[in-house]
Design a binder for this molecule. Structure first.
Ligand code: ATP
Length: 511
């Protein structure tokens, strides 16, 4: 599936056709990198958010949630460093007039070197079979060593120049590597410039008295400014966490990858407050815990990898991404950052208020250190959707499109179908729908032949189809069909709810 442009196009059109995602304000030709979640999309999104919330907040007795406002006092963003440093280096191609992130151009170049190395390794593995010693090969084969060394050098130089704000060197690097505009092949580049990603807006009616505000570019700061409120009212003891989900806004330079990079998106973040000096222990803990959360959904362990950061943000002393194998390759899905005491200290300084914890065991007060887990809800949505969309060839040679969503996340858990529109089957089906609707989002479908209805539900991602037929009238049984195996089983109506529960319960998936 990797690097498959066709697959990606299919995901985008399937998302529209089956009511998952529409472009924003489409009747006016849309707004770039802004999207609306449609009738199925909103259910899937809510289910992903709920799966996260329950595992992070409800399953951890020392983590609580909040819901802070999108608009915050403007000094927040001065303290957090966003006003001065929330920039991306941008570069324009003079011929194509296309705009790119300079760091991304270089990173993509480095990834190509990595792919070349991996290809060599795969080839050798095939050639040597059982006797293959991968570690030895990677460290001695001149071609592989060449690719990987160059990759490392390139990324290190990029990190160094960005750290030193040496944008001229970033441009030199692009020129030396002969990186061309990915769309047109032109190498006629402008200089590299910094661009602040925050959206500004105004509070107040008249232009003179208005205060300049920002739409929050991350949800984390709403947690930091409430640290003491939550600690005191919740009587929290370190270590403890505060979680929040909500909208964030970034004026992204390049936004061409559907919901992977949006200008308005949603984050699910958790800030974990720990004793200074214990942050590395918790950083490792959260890396592992978060990866396990992803693995619980069954999208395949091979589709995840960690990427440890070479260049650390101004607030971090360690950082890693969990990357997912999207149709356009491995890209960041979630970040785990050890943010030190940077944020709380900065807010102490700018607000003049103490943001400390009195630790009864140590008998001292300190500004806690923070380990953050931050995942984009929309990116998670894309990971789930793109992985789940599959085309299968069946035994009889026909093909079917099926959206193999983890059933715990599926928008509609079951569709209830009367085999025919007569003989009282509709009424029985409707009664089953009304009963299941107390606990699950279910749908009723009576249009077209039953085979076509099955296909439609497969493509929409519905894990179960419950069919009411003439036998139902005799013995109160129905067939329940599994989306993935397409196997049908006959069960009493009274057992439907239990069956669905077993297969979609968060408990069974998470544990
Ligand atoms: P990137 O390097 O891809 O721009 P980032 O490192 O700036 O991401 P963070 O600031 O760490 O991202 O944000 C945490 C998470 O929020 C990311 O892992 C990602 O899932 C999500 N995210 C960030 N920016 C966007 C965006 N523009 N659209 C959708 N999701 C985003």
């Amino acid at each position: 599936m990797a690097n498959n442009e066709d697959q990606f196009k299919k995901v985008v059109s399937h998302a529209k056709e089956y009511g998952y995602i529409f472009g924003s304000s489409e009747i006016y030709d849309g707004l770039s990198a802004v999207y609306d979640y449609a009738q199925n999309g909103v259910e899937l999104k809510n289910n992903i958010r709920d799966y996260w919330w329950r595992s992070m907040v409800h399953m951890h007795q020392n983590i609580v949630g909040i819901d802070a406002a999108i608009l915050m006092h403007p000094t927040t963003w001065k303290a957090s460093g966003h006003v001065d440093a929330f920039n991306d280096p941008l570069i324009d191609n003079k011929d194509s007039k296309k705009r790119y992130r300079a760091d991304t151009l270089v990173e993509d170049y480095a990834e190509k070197l990595n792919i070349k190395a991996q290809k060599e390794i795969a080839k050798a593995k095939k050639r040597f079979g059982e006797a293959f010693d991968e570690e030895q090969f990677v460290t001695t084969n001149p071609r592989v060593v060449g690719y990987l060394t160059k990759k490392k050098d390139v990324l290190e130089r990029l990190a160094r120049s960005l750290d030193n704000e040496d944008l001229a060197d970033v441009k030199s690097l692009i020129e030396e590597l002969e990186i061309a505009d990915p769309e047109t092949g032109s190498r006629n580049w402008t200089d590299v410039r910094q661009f602040n990603l925050m959206f500004g807006t105004q509070l107040g009616a008249s232009a003179e008295s208005a205060t300049k505000l920002y739409l929050r570019p991350e949800t984390a700061q709403g947690i930091f400014v409430n640290f003491l409120n939550v600690q005191k009212t919740g009587r929290m003891k370190i270590p403890f966490g505060i979680a929040q989900t909500g909208k964030a806004f970034r004026n992204e330079i390049v936004a061409r990858q559907f919901i992977f990079r949006m200008r308005e998106f949603e984050q699910m973040e958790m800030q974990f407050f720990v004793r200074p000096g214990e942050e590395m222990k918790w950083y490792d803990y959260w890396k592992e815990t978060r990866l396990n959360w992803h693995l619980s959904l069954g999208l395949g362990a091979e589709n995840y990898r960690f990427h440890d950061h070479e260049k650390l943000a101004h607030y971090a002393n360690a950082a890693a991404d969990i990357e997912f194998n999207f149709p356009f390759g491995f890209k960041e899905l979630e970040g785990i950052h050890s943010r030190t005491d940077f944020d709380l200290k900065a807010h102490e300084k700018y607000s003049g208020k103490k943001l400390q914890f009195f630790d009864p065991e140590l008998n001292e007060s300190y500004v806690p250190y923070v380990v953050e887990t931050s995942i984009g809800l929309d990116r998670m949505f894309l990971a789930v959707l793109s992985h789940s969309l599959q085309e299968e060839t069946l035994d009889d040679g026909s093909t079917r499109v099926v959206l193999k969503l983890p059933s715990v996340l599926a928008p509609v858990k079951a569709a209830v179908l009367p085999l025919v529109k007569k003989d009282g089957l509709q009424e029985i089906a409707q009664k089953i729908v009304d009963e299941l609707a107390w606990d699950y989002n279910v749908s009723y479908d009576e249009k077209d032949a039953v085979g076509r209805r099955y296909r439609r539900q497969d493509a929409a991602g519905t894990p179960f189809c419950i069919t009411v037929d003439h036998q139902t009238k005799e013995d109160n049984t129905v067939t329940i069909r599994d989306r993935d195996s397409m196997l049908q089983e006959r069960i009493p109506i009274s057992e439907i709810a239990g069956k669905i529960k077993e297969l979609v319960s968060v408990r069974n998936w998470l544990s």
